[in-house]
Design a protein. Structure first.
Length: 389
């Protein structure tokens, strides 16, 4: 899952806390009161301003990750606020985050909203662990959905004290959710007494560009993402054997040194949604090279590419094939530059086959309900089920 490019500015503490407060308050009759606890740089008011300005890069909408859709599903929403802090307090908060592995002070600042919620939604383990810690000594606790992305990939590398702490906090999580079947298996093995559910991640999928045959001579490769499991070295090695191809990597984490002495490679970042859209329009293919992982790394970019009508070449890892089969995305083994190069050359050799894969990928999104609407609906359904038990 791609984190949005660029940190969002912290919101003024006077911004409204409750989304849609003009339509229904948190105590509205029959409404499910949801508190969405996100990272401090995903403040909802700052997100909205960036979205309106066009500087929020990616397929997005007015509320973070589309959670605002829940209002149409019978929920009242409150989002975590980013409060102003002086340098000393910020140093303390970040120090605790490094020590614990989650942002405890950010969660503790949301005390009133947590107290008023029926259920808390989180986006990664950093948030659900922080909320669980903030609620430890409270008599009245809302239900907590703990969504995990990276935790089970690195569980075996955690020290004994962190494992002990995280196990204690996960005891207070009502439902654990993951984005891939691979993570599902690991989480259920680690926590056999905990309810763990697979909730496929989805982005807003209403706007679709029909696939067309893309110019492939020269082959224009577009690669996007800042996830820790991107395998840029593999892509560069594949590109070294494609002198007639060019590649653009849009990433905040790809090492710029990879582009040295490679005139057919450019590394940068998209600064606006318009710039990203222009890159999609100019590309022949989107490439998602990945290191082995369990959390469906790259699924956001793949969905964006599919909606833009582009063929996709990706590494077969992380449970991506549970979203799109081999008839819709061209998969290659992890860490195999030769296989990646061959898959990219197939786009040149048979652009019509690549276009047909893009068509099947779009059809898959519709048939399987891959998108923000189903993703948020699943959260609502899980929440109502927990509260009705």
């Amino acid at each position: 899952m791609r984190v949005q490019a660029g940190a969002l500015l912290q919101a003024d503490a006077q911004e409204p806390l409750v989304a849609g407060a003009d339509r229904a308050g948190a105590g509205g009759a029959g409404l499910l009161r949801v508190f969405v606890h996100l990272a401090i740089d995903k403040d909802a008011a700052a997100w909205r301003r960036a979205w309106e300005a066009g500087t929020l890069v990616g397929v997005n909408e007015e509320t973070p990750y589309g959670y605002g859709r829940a209002e149409r599903m019978g929920c009242s929403l409150a989002f975590a606020r980013a409060y102003p802090e002086n340098p000393a307090v910020r140093f303390l908060r970040l120090g605790l985050r490094v020590l614990l592995g989650f942002d405890l002070l950010h969660a503790q600042r949301q005390g009133r909203a947590l107290a008023e919620a029926d259920v808390v939604w989180t986006h990664t383990e950093s948030q659900f662990l922080a909320v669980a810690a903030a609620l430890v000594f409270r008599k009245r606790r809302p239900k907590l959905i703990g969504q995990s992305v990276w935790l089970f990939d690195r569980w075996h590398r955690l020290g004994p004290l962190r494992r002990m702490l995280y196990r204690r906090l996960i005891r207070d999580v009502d439902v654990l959710t993951v984005h891939s079947n691979e993570n599902l298996a690991v989480a259920r093995a680690l926590f056999p007494d905990k309810r763990v559910l697979h909730v496929p991640f989805g982005i807003p999928s209403e706007r679709v560009t029909a696939p067309v045959r893309r110019p492939c001579r020269p082959l224009r490769i577009l690669a996007i993402g800042s996830d820790r499991h991107r395998d840029w070295a593999c892509l560069v090695a594949a590109l070294d054997g494609l002198p007639q191809a060019s590649a653009i990597i849009l990433s905040g984490t790809a090492p710029r040194r990879l582009a040295r002495s490679r005139p057919n490679l450019r590394i940068g970042q998209a600064r606006s949604q318009a710039e990203l859209a222009a890159q999609f329009a100019a590309a022949s293919v989107v490439c998602v090279p990945l290191k082995p992982n369990r959390h469906a790394s790259g699924i956001t970019v793949i969905q964006e590419a599919v909606l833009a009508g582009l063929p996709v070449v990706a590494t077969a890892t992380g449970g991506l094939e549970g979203y799109f089969g081999a008839d819709a995305v061209r998969y290659v083994p992890p860490g195999d530059p030769a296989a990646l190069r061959a898959a990219l050359l197939e786009v040149v050799a048979d652009p019509e086959a690549a276009r047909l894969r893009a068509e099947r990928a779009q059809a898959r999104m519709v048939e399987a309900g891959i998108g923000a609407e189903a993703y948020i609906r699943r959260h609502v359904d899980i929440s109502r089920e927990m509260l009705n038990r």
